[in-house]
Design a protein around this ligand. Structure first.
Ligand code: PHB
Length: 364
């Protein structure tokens, strides 16, 4: 029987050659001005046999930047850099979405322009430390965004979607996961606002929905996906009652007609983003039902688990992270049951070609 993982998939107007998606993966190798460089063209092109590539998280503005050397999509040079990536990926038969990122409080004055404070829904400091140009530093307490600033944030997303279109992407993924700005608004551990963007589930979801609406106006909702990580505690996140919150989010996103919902729910307990709750009460099936359209799962999947998730109708598309970092030709390796390359964690973030573009493909 043919394995559905390798069968084409129609994602709105975009035809994917298979159901294996390359996860958005921060690699911290952008050049001056946070522009994707030649190596990025090589890296993504090497992986163009993925059914869909989701770009590394890409800041929509200088304020949205959280770590050194992550790329942006707000300057002309960044648009030009990304256009070189998409042209090459397309020339090799691939499809590519850009992940739109605003980090909110997960930043540091040394990563912000003029050393200003990062912003968040509320002045709630994350526990722990953040990587900066001068090594790890304590998080600072972010500045709570004024109500009057929120239309400006939505505008940053609208412009970023426009820029993604100019850069030739097939669509965008709105990053509402992993404790970054939109997730900070969703969850009540970080959102303590008392205006119409805080308090009730409806209020906490408002910013995400406004963002998705404007981005969809620019690109068409059939070129917009959203990523959520409902149970993840990564970046010191929590919510008092995630199931009703994220069920509401999934239903509303379906109402806006977006093309896919992407949920991080690790399949194994030793995954870096595994969290206690998911072991007792999986939320992905609830969200799949509530969304009711193309559903993408991510979190420690391999060939067998990914195939099973598709065969069992748990998901339509499976997202692979580390396997795509270390195997540029992952699709072919899965198809032929070839051995996998070995990950070198020390080169995941930062550096040059080593551990980025030099993982070998199969020969012959
Ligand atoms: C990271 O750089 O560690 C990172 C970036 C984006 C994510 C998660 C982790 O969504």
């Amino acid at each position: 029987m043919t394995n559905k993982l390798f069968s084409p998939y129609t994602l709105g107007p975009t035809t994917l050659s298979n159901r294996m998606v390359m996860a958005p993966l921060t690699r911290s190798r952008a050049g001056d001005g946070d522009v994707p460089v030649d190596l990025a063209v090589t890296y993504y092109t090497q992986r163009a046999t993925a059914g869909l590539i989701i770009s590394e998280a890409t800041q929509i503005s200088p304020q949205g930047k959280g770590y050194p050397k992550t790329p942006g999509i707000y300057s002309d040079a960044q648009i030009t850099g990304w256009k070189r990536v998409t042209d090459s990926v397309h020339a090799h038969g691939g499809r590519m979405f850009l992940q739109l990122w605003h980090v909110g409080r997960i930043s540091h004055p040394s990563t912000q322009e003029d050393g200003i404070l990062p912003v968040g829904p509320s002045a709630v400091k994350p526990a722990g430390k953040i990587f900066t140009d001068t090594g790890e530093q304590e998080f600072v307490t972010p500045r709570a965004l004024e109500l009057s600033e929120l239309p400006g944030i939505v505008e940053q997303y609208r412009q970023a979607a426009q820029n993604a279109k100019a850069a030739g992407f097939d669509g965008v993924e709105v990053h509402a996961a992993n404790g970054y700005l939109l997730d900070q608004f969703l969850r009540d551990g970080t959102n303590q606002r008392t205006d119409e963007y805080g308090g009730s589930i409806e209020n906490r979801t408002r910013l995400l929905l406004e963002v998705v609406e404007v981005v969809s106006e620019v690109l068409g909702a059939d070129r917009v996906g959203v990523r959520l990580s409902p149970y993840s505690n990564f970046n010191d996140m929590h919510d008092s009652d995630p199931v009703p919150l994220f069920t509401y989010v999934a239903e509303k996103l379906h109402g806006l007609g977006i093309v896919y919902l992407h949920v991080i729910e690790p399949v194994n307990a030793d995954h870096p983003m595994a969290m206690p709750e998911s072991k007792t009460a999986p939320i992905a099936p609830v969200l799949h039902k509530a969304f009711g359209a193309t559903f993408m799962l991510n979190g420690g999947y391999g060939k067998e688990t990914g195939t099973a998730a598709i065969e069992n109708n748990e998901a339509d598309l499976i997202c692979f992270g580390v396997p795509f970092i270390v195997n540029p030709d992952l699709v072919k390796r899965y198809e032929t049951n070839a051995p996998m390359n070995t990950p070198d964690q020390s080169t995941f973030y930062g550096g040059g070609a080593g551990g980025y573009t030099d993982y070998p493909a199969l020969t012959g």
